[in-house]
Design a protein around this ligand. Structure first.
Ligand code: LLP
Length: 417
C-alpha cells in the first residue's frame, strides 16, 4: 500500500531512515516515495487495462516536479486547472496530447496558452466558457477539441467541500443544457465536440455513486449518438478514496470490475483523472515537537508545522494518522497536536492517543502526499517547507525551503506612505 514502514523501531521511507533526512533537510518537510507513486499508478493502469485508459494525474493534488516526472516516465498525462499547471506539466516533459484542462474559470490567457500548446481537450464547464473558447480558437485559426463536463446530479457521499456532482455545485453543465449544446454544435464552428467528462467529487470510498455517475454519462453518450453526435472520449474524472484511518475504500480493481463492461461498450477512448489515489499515501509530512503544554484541562503537543503547511485537518476536519519516527514505550496519553499559528483551528489532531513525547521528537503525519504541500501558504510569514523524494536508498531535496527573501520578493512600500 505504501513504502513508509518501521524497521527496528524507526520509520523508513523505502530504504532511507526518515530521521536521517530530517537531519539534512531540517523540519518541517514533505517526503514522497517514488516507489509508492509508481505502484499506485500501476495499480490503476492494470485494473483498467481492458480499456487502455489515458491516465491524467490530477496535478492539483501534488505538483512537485519530481512527482510529476516520475509519473510522466510511467506514461501519465495530466489533468490541469490553470496555466501554471500547464507550464509545469510542459516543463517536466509531459506530452501536450495527454493534457486535459478543467476549471470553471478559465481566463482568456489560459485558453490561448492551452490552444497554442495543443492540449488534448478542454473540459468545458459552462455555455459562456464554450462561447469564449470558440471565439478565441477562431481568432487563432485553430480548432481545439472540447469535452462537455456534465453535472450528473449525483451525491458523492463525501465531505461537502469536495463534492462536485450535484446541481448545488458550481461544476459542470446540467444534462439538458449539455444535450442542447451538443445538438447546436454547428453554431460553434471553431471547436470540435469530442467528449463527455464527469467528476463528482473526491475521497469517495463507496462505488455506488461513482457507478451511478459514470452510467449516467454513458447513457448520455448513447442519447447523443441517437442525436447524431459522434464522440471520441469519455473522461470519467478522479475521486477514488484512500485509507486515512480505517476506511475500506473500493480498490481500483473493484471499481474497474464494476465499470469496465460499460466503458468497453461505449467504444470511446477512456480518460481518468486520479489524484489522491496516486499521491495521497505516497507522501508524509514530518514535523518536530517543540513544547508540551498541560493546562489542567487538555494536553497540547505543539509542533513546528502548522495549518499553513498542511491545512486538511483545519479545513475539512480530516483525519491524518500521526506516528513518532522512533517507536518508544507503550504508554499512551491523550493530547491535541497543534501548530504555532495564531488560530484555534491550527491543529493536526484532537484527543489523539500518542506515546509520551518530548521536545525534539520527530513525528510523521501520514497520508499527506495529496492536497498537502499544494495547499500550503505563507500565513504568519512562514516559508513553505522543502519537498524531498526517496527512491530506493537515494534521496534528494526536490524543492528547497523558502527563505525570508523569497517571502518579501517584489514587495514595496509606496512613497506616499
Ligand atoms: N478531476 C477533477 C475535475 C477534479 O476537480 C479533481 C479534484 C480530480 C480530478 C482529482 O480528484 P482525486 O482523484 O484527487 O480525488 N483539497 C481537497 C480535495 C479537492 C479535490 C479537487 N478536485 C482535499 O484535500 O481533500
Amino acid at each position: 500500500m505504501h513504502d513508509f514502514k518501521f524497521k527496528n523501531g524507526e520509520l523508513y521511507c523505502e530504504s532511507v531512515k526518515v530521521s536521517t533526512i530530517a537531519k539534512k533537510a531540517g523540519t518541517p518537510f514533505y517526503l514522497y516515495s517514488h516507489h509508492t507513486l509508481v505502484d499506485h499508478f500501476t495499480k490503476i493502469k492494470k485494473a483498467f487495462a481492458g480499456v487502455r485508459p489515458l491516465i491524467c494525474f490530477a496535478m492539483k493534488s501534488n505538483d512537485n516536479m519530481a512527482v510529476l516526472k516520475t509519473l510522466v516516465n510511467q506514461g501519465a498525462g495530466f489533468d490541469i486547472v490553470s496555466v501554471g499547471e500547464l507550464k509545469k506539466a510542459l516543463m517536466v516533459g509531459a506530452d501536450p496530447q495527454k493534457i486535459v484542462f478543467a476549471s470553471v474559470g478559465k481566463t482568456e490567457e489560459e485558453i490561448k496558452d492551452a490552444i497554442r500548446a495543443n492540449i488534448l481537450f478542454f473540459n468545458v464547464e459552462s455555455l459562456p466558457e464554450l462561447e469564449e473558447i470558440n471565439r478565441i480558437a477562431g481568432s487563432l485559426k485553430k480548432k481545439p477539441k472540447v469535452a462537455l463536463r456534465i453535472n450528473p446530479d449525483v451525491e458523492a457521499a463525501t465531505h461537502a467541500k469536495i463534492a462536485t456532482g450535484t446541481l448545488k455545485n458550481k461544476f459542470g453543465i446540467d444534462l439538458r443544457t449539455s444535450r442542447r449544446l451538443m445538438k447546436a454544435r454547428a453554431t460553434f464552428p471553431h471547436v470540435r465536440f469530442s467528449g463527455v467528462h464527469v467528476h463528482i467529487g473526491s475521497q469517495i470510498i463507496t462505488s455506488a455513486p461513482f457507478i451511478k455517475a459514470v452510467k449516467r454519462a454513458i447513457d448520455f453518450v448513447d442519447i447523443l449518438r441517437k442525436d447524431g453526435v459522434d464522440l471520441e472520449f469519455l473522461d470519467i474524472g478522479g475521486g477514488l478514496g484512500i485509507i486515512y484511518k480505517d476506511e475500506k475504500p473500493q480498490t481500483a480493481q473493484d471499481f474497474a470490475d464494476a465499470i469496465l463492461p460499460y466503458l468497453k461498450k461505449t467504444g470511446l477512448k477512456i480518460v481518468m483523472e486520479p489524484g489522491r489515489f496516486i499521491a495521497g499515501n505516497a507522501g508524509i509530512f514530518v514535523t518536530k515537537a517543540l513544547y508540551l503544554k498541560d493546562n489542567g484541562v487538555r494536553k497540547f503537543l505543539i509542533v513546528d508545522g502548522g495549518m499553513n503547511d498542511l491545512v486538511r485537518p483545519s479545513m475539512y476536519g480530516a483525519y491524518h494518522e500521526i506516528v513518532p519516527l522512533k517507536k518508544t514505550g507503550t504508554r499512551k496519553v491523550k493530547m491535541d497536536v497543534v501548530g504555532p499559528i495564531c488560530e484555534s483551528g491550527d491543529f493536526f489532531a484532537k484527543d489523539r492517543m500518542l506515546p509520551v513525547l518530548k521536545k525534539g521528537d520527530l513525528l510523521a503525519i501520514m497520508s499527506a502526499g495529496a492536497y498537502g504541500y499544494v495547499m500550503s501558504s505563507n500565513y504568519n510569514v512562514r516559508g513553505r517547507v522543502p519537498e524531498v523524494m526517496v527512491k530506493g536508498n537515494k534521496y534528494a531535496v526536490t524543492k528547497p525551503r523558502e527563505t525570508f527573501n523569497d517571502l518579501v520578493r517584489g514587495e514595496k512600500i509606496p512613497k506616499f506612505i
